[in-house]
Write a protein that binds this ligand. Structure first.
Ligand code: DGP
Length: 113
């Protein structure tokens, strides 16, 4: 999508601090970190949110979770980590391109706010 900031980051048109990249997935550090480690993991192909996942496109979501497990290990999140995806405005989604927040390096409370 031409006006999507995460599509532009995936295409290298907007700079980001990259944590991982392959053909279908990219991970980069969040601009507004909410934890000592805060990485966003996205599919390169545009999908609006978790509500857009279908049998036809869900393979990339499984791959994203493989990447998250690898990143959690590489980034030393031995004590645990949290994965969050906000879907829709009332859930707090501000960028309408599917993304998973990988958060770690501190303790988290439950339920989230
Ligand atoms: P959400 O609110 O769940 O849609 O999360 C969007 C996140 O994206 C938010 O934590 C801030 C981050 N973000 C927004 N614009 C940029 C950007 O241009 N670069 C980076 N690295 N992060 C961004």
């Amino acid at each position: 999508m031409s006006d999507c900031i995460f599509c532009k980051i995936a295409a290298g048109e907007i700079p980001s601090k990259k944590a991982y990249e392959d053909e279908t997935v990219m991970a980069f550090y969040d601009l507004e970190p909410q934890a000592p480690v805060h990485v966003l993991v996205i599919p390169k192909a545009h999908m609006q949110s978790a509500a857009s996942v279908t049998p036809e496109n869900s393979a990339v979501v499984a791959h994203i979770f493989e990447v998250i497990a690898r990143l959690a290990q590489e980034l030393g999140l031995k004590e645990g980590f949290r994965v969050v995806t906000n879907s829709g405005v009332s859930a707090g989604q501000s960028v309408p391109h599917l993304h998973f927040h990988l958060l770690g390096g501190r303790d988290f409370t439950w339920p989230p706010g």
